[in-house]
Design a protein around this ligand. Structure first.
Ligand SMILES: Nc1ncnc2c1ncn2[C@@H]1O[C@H](COP(=O)(O)OP(=O)(O)O)[C@@H](O)[C@H]1O
Ligand SMILES: [Mg+2]
Length: 242
C-alpha cells in the first residue's frame, strides 16, 4: 500500500501564511478529496506535494512511503510516481495524442485500450493533434488516458471538472475508481459537492487551515451547510512584522 503524509506544513509566500501547520494523511485504500472555497490553499497543497518551483521551501515535511521527499526536485518526485493534473486541460500544438501518450508508453495497442477506457474512439483520436481543435473535455480525457498508461503511485487531480462539460461528473467518478484499481493514491482537489460525494474521505481546508476531515458524506453536509453560505473572505493575512 502506498502512503503519503503531509506533515505539519507551514508555507509562507509574499509574507502571507498560505498553508498553516497543516497535516494530511493519504493512502491507496480510499479516494480522497481536498475540498474548500476558492483561495483556501488547495492547489498550493498539490504544488507542495509535487515540488513545483517556488513551492519547495516550507516548514514541516512531505513523507512518501516512509521517506522524506522534501529535498527532492520535481523530476525525482515524478520518477517516484507522483503526478498532478492541472485545472486547465493540456494543450500542445503540433503534438498528436499518439505522441503525448508515448511519453508514458509507446505501445499502440495499450494506447488504444486506454483511449477506449476514457470514452474516446482510438481510430478517430490517436492521430489528432492535442490542440484547441479538441474540446476541454476531450483533452481532459486524453490526460486521464495518459495517467492510465503511466500507472503513477500518487495522482493529484486539480479541479478535474473545470473547463469540461457538465455531464462529466459520472465520467470523473468512474475514472477515480479506475485509478484506485491501479493501487494509486487518488487525491481530488475540488469545490464541487457532486465530485466530493464520489470520494470516500475528505479534508476540508479554509484559509490554509484544516477545518475538518472525515468520511465524505459527513464533510459534504458541513461544506454544503456552512462553507457554501459562508461570506468569510478567504484571503491569507499578512504576517505582522514586530
Ligand atoms: N505563488 C503564489 N504567490 C503568492 N500568493 C499565492 C501563490 N500561490 C497561491 N497564492 C495565494 O494563496 C492562496 C491559496 O491559493 P490556492 O492554493 O490557489 O487556492 P485554491 O486552490 O484553494 O483556490 C490564495 O490567496 C492565493 O492568492
Ligand atoms: Mg485551485
Amino acid at each position: 500500500m502506498n502512503k503519503l503524509e503531509f506533515q505539519n506544513i507551514k508555507f509562507i509566500k509574499d509574507n502571507k501564511i498560505i498553508i498553516n501547520n497543516l497535516s494530511l494523511n493519504f493512502d491507496s485504500k480510499k479516494v480522497y478529496s481536498l475540498v474548500g472555497p476558492n483561495g483556501a490553499g488547495k492547489s498550493t497543497i498539490g504544488k507542495l506535494i509535487m515540488g513545483f518551483s517556488g513551492y519547495n521551501k516550507f516548514d514541516g515535511d512531505v513523507i512518501f512511503n516512509n521517506k522524506s521527499i522534501k529535498n527532492l526536485n520535481i523530476t525525482k518526485r515524478v520518477n517516484l510516481g507522483i503526478t498532478m493534473t492541472l485545472q486547465e486541460p493540456v494543450r500542445y500544438s503540433g503534438i498528436s495524442i499518439n505522441d503525448y501518450l508515448s511519453i508514458n508508453d509507446s505501445d499502440i495497442l495499450k494506447q488504444k485500450k486506454c483511449l477506449e477506457k476514457v470514452g474516446l474512439d482510438s481510430e478517430l483520436y490517436l492521430e489528432r493533434n492535442l490542440d484547441e481543435t479538441l474540446s476541454g473535455g476531450e483533452r481532459k480525457r486524453v490526460e486521464f488516458a495518459s495517467i492510465l498508461l503511466m500507472k503513477p503511485k500518487v495522482i493529484i487531480l486539480d479541479e478535474p471538472d473545470s473547463g469540461i462539460d457538465i455531464n462529466s461528473i459520472d465520467f470523473i467518478s468512474k475514472m477515480l475508481r479506475e485509478f484506485q484499481k491501479m493501487h494509486s493514491i487518488v487525491i481530488v482537489i475540488t469545490h464541487n459537492i457532486e465530485i466530493l460525494e464520489k470520494t470516500d474521505y475528505s479534508y476540508l481546508v479554509c484559509n490554509g487551515n484544516l477545518v475538518d476531515f472525515g468520511e465524505s458524506k459527513y464533510i459534504n453536509k458541513y461544506f454544503k451547510n456552512k462553507c457554501i453560505k459562508c461570506s468569510h473572505k478567504n484571503t491569507p493575512e499578512k504576517i505582522i512584522q514586530i
